[in-house]
Every structure is written in C-alpha cells, then in structure tokens.
Design a protein around this ligand. Structure first.
Ligand SMILES: [Zn+2]
Length: 432
C-alpha cells in the first residue's frame, strides 16, 4: 500500500508540473495505465505498475520504478486496482442465439457485435467461436486487428464438418478452408446414445484434409475411447471434458506427448440441468445487470423446468462430477487446460458463464492463479496466439480491471470494474 500511495503522489506531482506553462502536447493513441497491481498472465510483479499503450498495443509494462510514463500520454489512474490480461474463451459461439431465439435475429452482425461486446463487458476479450457462425462473422473476425476495437476479438471455426462419409467430409473441409476459417470443428458424439457418431474413418479423413490446408482440428467429444481415437488420428484440441469415465494413464501420456490441450466446459454441463429449478445465479447482480428479464422468465416456466429434469440432462448432471475430477487429474499430470464454457447457445450466458467456469475449476482443485492462467497465457498457447493472453510488450492492450484481487479469491472476479480492448474502454452491451 505504501508503494501505491507514494506512486500516486508522484503521478499527481508530475501531473501538476505538466499543467504548468509548458504543457506537453498529447500524442494521439498513446496511453498510460498507472498504479494497478498486475497478474501478467504468468506471474505477478510486486507493486504498482505502468502499462504504456501505443496504437492499441502494449509498448512497455512493468513496475512503476522501471517503466516511465511517456510525455504526451493520456494517463488513466488505476491505483488500488488489480489487472489481469483479458480472458480468452477457448470454446464460445457467436451468432447462434439472441436470448433464447435461434432464428434470423441471432445471425445478424448487430447481434454478434452485441455478443462480442457482452463477452468483453465480462472481461473476456478473445473468443474462439467453435462453429456455426453466420457469414457476417468473417468480417468481425477480420476487424479484430483494428486498434479502435472495443469488443472481444474473434476466431472462428465456420461450418461444423459433419460428413457423414469421408469424401463428403473432405469436401466440407475444403469449403471451410476456402471461406477462411481459423480452425476446423468436428463432433464425435452419439448424444448419450441417441444419435449416429462420426466414424473413425471420417474423422481421420477430416484431420488429414485439414492439416493439408494447415488448419488445426478441434473436436467435440464425450467418451474416453473417442478421445484416444481422435488423438491417434492427429486431432489438435479437445473441446470438452471427457465425461463417461475417469481419464487413464494412456490418455494422459498421449496428451502430454502430443502437447494437446483440453477445454473443460464444465458450465456447458450445468446449462443442461440447472433450469430444473430457479438457478441461484438468477439472484446474482453480476449476472442480472446484463441479463434480459424476459429470458429469465422463460427459463422458469414449468415446461422448461420439466425439460431439464429429463434423463439426458440428469445424466450430464451426474457425469459433471467425473468431468470435474478429470480436469484436476489432467491438470496435475501436466496437461494444459484452456478455459472454455461452450457459451453462446440459448441459456448458456456468455460472459457470466466464464466467471462461473473459473469458480468451478477452482472448486475442482485449481488455485485461482492456475485458473487465471487457463484463461490467459495457457489458453493463448493452446490456440497458438502470441499477442493476447499476456501483458507484455507487443501484445494487444486487452485487460480487465478488478476492485479486489482475483488471485486471492477467484470470486473476486465479480468485482470487475472496467475492461479495455486495444487500450479502449469497452462500452456496455444490451442485456441478453
Ligand atoms: Zn460448442
């Protein structure tokens, strides 16, 4: 605290001096965020910090004793606050729903922009949308390198490859590649025995074809045996927890050897059964402030509650314990975990669910700092991103500002007070 108050007085003195006769000219695009304690994505340098931003990217970051505020910078005082890199959502979806509506209203650019703003309002500043985006998403993805950006950055998987034959699947991969997707997405699942699962022959063809296009493949799955088959076929990312049984040494060894990450999406399981009664989070102001009241009413009707009480959702509810234990076991074994929720479809509340996911990972046994890594530096590594997820020179100035330290208690993530993308303050989205 002494360092902060000393630093604050120093800034005030400097500011007073600057207001004298020789006031320096402000440099457009140059900002300095001063006084916050940092978690930089990997570690936490002690004491008050300075983050210098030029044209949306971090020019310098570090302790106030080492990083000077350049002349002409707009100075934003964050004394007493805590800053983390903006979180990376490794499994979200945009353009699939507007509230509970999955029709044309969901697919507009306006809705997707609002979703990306809402993600950012909750500190999620990069979203990997894992498939099913409307055409307009490509332009939003391409706009992610604009220094004036003030919503979440977007990566996308485009049309989910379904096959069913290897030849059809290869053609679908070619079409996605031609459209310019960032990843290829497949689903290898029988939806608890109710559907036809993609064959190993087909997903092997998808992975080979994607790799020919230099595209990586992310896979939806449920079963341990499918995870092993997918890894053998060369899959690059596991998009959900393994939920049918405890992960074994063989799987762990393969994940580590091939350096493949796992995205838990624990809140995806929650979303299947939690509306069986009124969810406790419906009374959380951090949720309700950006939630559409009509959606909350619709999710509390007897019909909706009955739907969540069916055998399918109740199976996911039971298997959530397996999913959570697997996250901890994989993490402890050294498998890289990337925070992801599968948010965006109806009743999977993007933005808020990421905070719930972080709490659930901590409940599963990760420390708050470990959980924060899964949403920042580890997620960036898992997605092959080098200029987000870290507060370092050269990275985009994407960060979240908290009143209380989320490293001390992950629930403090709900003291989020402001969010910046490319150094720009994120405005408030319309509730949804
Ligand atoms: Zn998904």
């Amino acid at each position: 605290m002494r360092r902060i108050s000393f630093f604050t007085s120093f800034v005030l003195l400097a500011f007073a001096a600057a207001c004298g006769s020789s006031e320096p000219e402000m440099v457009p695009g140059l900002k300095a965020f001063v006084g916050a304690e940092l978690f930089d994505g990997e570690s936490s340098p002690a004491g008050a910090s300075v983050i210098v931003v030029r044209d949306g990217r971090i020019e310098a970051v570090g302790p106030a004793s080492q990083v000077q505020v350049p002349e002409g910078a707009e100075t934003i005082d964050l004394s007493g606050k805590y800053v983390t890199p903006g979180w990376i959502e490794s499994h979200g979806h945009v353009g699939g729903a507007k509230g509970l509506d999955t029709g044309a209203a969901a697919q507009t650019t306006e809705n997707m922009e609002n979703q990306l703003t809402l993600y950012a309002d909750y500190g999620v500043t990069t979203v990997f949308s894992q498939g099913g985006e409307p055409e307009g998403a490509f332009a939003l993805r391409d706009g992610s390198s604009d220094p004036a950006l003030h919503q979440a950055r977007l990566l996308m998987a485009g049309t989910i490859v379904t096959g069913p034959t290897p030849d059809e699947a290869r053609a679908q991969v070619d079409a996605d590649a031609a459209a310019g997707v960032d990843w290829i997405k497949i689903r290898v699942d029988d939806n608890l025995g109710s559907g036809q699962k993609m064959s190993k022959e087909t997903y092997t063809a998808v992975i080979e074809q994607a790799h020919k296009h230099n595209l990586k493949v992310t896979a939806h799955l449920y079963y341990l045996e499918d995870a092993k088959g997918l890894l053998e076929a060369g899959v690059d990312l596991i998009a959900h927890s393994i939920r049918d049984k405890e992960v074994d040494d063989e799987l762990i060894a393969t994940l580590k050897e091939k350096n493949i990450c796992v995205i838990p999406t624990l809140t995806r399981e929650v979303s299947t059964f939690v509306y069986e009664s009124k969810p406790t989070f419906f009374d959380d102001p951090f949720f309700t402030k950006l939630a559409d009241e009509t959606v909350l009413v619709a999710l509390q009707t007897p019909e909706r509650q009955a739907a969540s009480q069916r055998p399918g959702p109740q199976t996911y509810k039971k298997q959530l314990a397996v999913a959570s234990a697997n996250v901890k076991k994989l993490f402890d074994a050294g498998v890289k975990i990337a925070m992801g929720t599968d948010s965006g479809p109806p009743a999977r509340f993007l933005g808020y669910f990421e905070h719930m996911e972080m709490q659930m990972m901590v409940d599963a046994g990760l420390t708050p700092t470990e959980a924060l890594r899964t949403a920042t530096s580890d997620a960036a590594a898992c997605l092959g991103l080098t200029d987000v997820g870290m507060l370092k020179a050269g990275a985009w100035a994407d960060f979240a500002v908290f009143d209380q330290d989320p490293q001390a208690n992950i629930a403090n993530s709900k003291t989020l007070s402001s969010v910046y993308v490319a150094g720009n303050l994120v405005p408030e989205a319309s509730p949804m």
